[in-house]
Design a protein around this ligand. Structure first.
Ligand code: SF4
Length: 462
């Protein structure tokens, strides 16, 4: 991904506007609260009958963190009370059993992911207990599956890492964000480079198959020089994958973000420079640009899937397991089963009550129409392939792209005139500049944005 550092202020202003990140389509604000646990059960039953048998991807949300990082956009609960974590794991065990009774063991688990919050806050014994509950109800493919945990190097002892490796975890995702001490202070996350490196080396020694590192650009007090140093250090560590997220400043959604001074945030032109730097440094170091914020080594499964056009996108970012149903467990977690999205309750007491009363703790959801499925597939291909095959993309739906999207095609001409797209009779290809504004291009196909309520819903695209 090579970007000219030259971009006019007009163009920056034109495209730097609020927009979704499209981990789902339609996006969560469109989902309905009259979607019930019964609707979700029906979706599971339909999916259980699919031939050939659909594999599973399980996600577990572990929400507890010791301290609050001011940039955090996750669903997190700040607590150092380990008793709360123990109670939570018990309730999670009940939810695992409840879903395990509804899903046959013949549906193999090819992907298991623990996110948060801080999953590495669990003690080794709590991890063993959680895995034994999962294994009791689901058949996890430990030999070939992706078993991954997000860890916070500030809370990842050697004993913890040894335990999770022993019980089958084979991938690690590590939060770093930025090594600059001033930035770390401004976001309330002090994590010295030595500590990160020690944990990283330990993970390598333990033989985890893949290590991902998360960074964030657009944080307060971040400078191009400071972030260049962070990138140099990361390249030296040489993780298999990198997710470099654009900080989404959304204090109207995440109240604690008011703790970040807006005056300290880098201006759009600095963010653009940071983005150009990221692309140049990482591709220069041999990484391949996958799409929205993600880079991987050339032999990584994500890179190979992108080449084969089998990459997919879901709530966890990019994935190679397009064929699997995603079953989320834990407070706020999200599932994607066939043509349905379902989200668990967001309040911990509500979630616990529902599960303990033997109910599926569904808060809201959505069943996609044919038009939704078509638009989801186009947006997914844009974000995964960085191009669209006009002749083939709508074949599975019995539609013709140019006819179905005649209005959208007219809108895309303006993107082409601005240098974001190359449009030919067979294909629409994102240019390096178009990759920066990928969300804007996807937004053209989002029918709900046209009727979205006024007022801020999404973060800015730059
Ligand atoms: S550790 Fe992660 S989940 Fe917890 S507050 Fe920080 S960024 Fe959020």
């Amino acid at each position: 991904m090579h970007l000219s550092q030259e971009i006019s202020q007009d163009l920056l202003q034109k495209y730097d506007r609020p927009g979704p990140r499209y981990t789902s389509y339609p996006t969560a604000p469109v989902w309905k609260t009259d979607f019930t646990a019964e609707d979700y059960k029906s979706a599971l039953e339909r999916s259980n009958l699919t031939v050939p048998v659909k594999p599973l991807s399980l996600y577990f949300h572990l929400p507890f963190c010791d301290t609050l990082c001011y940039f955090c956009g996750c669903s997190t609960i700040i607590s150092r009370d380990k008793g709360k974590t123990a109670d939570y794991i018990d309730v999670l065990g009940e939810e695992i059993a409840s879903l395990g009774r509804r899903i046959p063991r013949s549906r193999k688990v090819v992907q298991l992911h623990f996110g948060g919050g801080t999953p590495s806050n669990l003690t080794p014994a709590q991890n063993k207990l959680l895995f034994s509950r999962i294994n009791r109800w689901f058949d996890v493919d430990y030999a070939n599956g992706e078993i991954s945990i997000e860890i916070d190097p500030r809370h990842a002892s050697d004993e913890y890492l040894e335990t999770i490796r022993e019980i089958g975890v084979n991938r690690i995702s590590m939060g770093v964000q930025d090594f600059d001490p001033l930035v770390q202070k401004a976001v309330n996350r002090i994590q010295p480079i030595d500590l990160t490196e020690r944990v990283y080396r330990k993970c390598r020694d333990l033989g985890f198959h893949s290590i991902n590192i998360d960074l964030i650009y657009g944080l307060p007090l971040q400078t191009v020089k400071g972030f260049e140093h962070t990138l140099d250090e990361i390249v030296r560590l040489s993780p298999d994958r990198l997710a470099i997220f654009n900080y989404a400043h959304v204090p109207w959604l995440k109240k604690h973000m008011v703790l970040i001074k807006e005056a300290d945030l880098p201006r759009p032109e600095v963010k653009f420079e940071l983005m150009a730097l990221i692309g140049e440094k990482l591709t220069g170091a041999g990484y391949v640009y996958i799409g929205m914020d993600h880079f991987a080594k050339p032999d990584d499964e994500l890179t190979l899937a992108q080449k084969a056009k089998t990459l997919y996108r879901n709530f966890q970012g990019y994935t190679t397991k397009a064929e699997a149903d995603l079953i989320g467990m834990g407070v706020t977690s999200i599932s994607m089963v066939g043509d349905v999205y379902a989200q668990n309750l967001k309040s911990l007491p509500d979630y616990q009550n529902q599960v303990q009363n033997g109910k599926l703790p569904i808060h809201r959801g959505y069943r996609l129409s044919k038009d939704d499925l078509i638009r989801r597939s186009v947006i997914t291909r844009i974000m995964c392939d960085l191009e669209l095959d006009r002749n083939g993309v709508l074949n599975p739906y019995g539609e013709v792209f140019d006819r179905y999207f005649s209005e959208e095609l007219k809108e895309l001409e303006e993107f082409a005139a601005d240098g974001l797209l190359e449009i030919s009779p067979g294909r629409i290809v994102l240019t390096p500049l178009g990759r920066v504004f990928m969300r804007n291009i996807a937004m053209v196909f989002d029918t709900y944005l046209r009727s979205a309520p006024k007022g801020p819903l999404f973060s800015r695209t730059l």
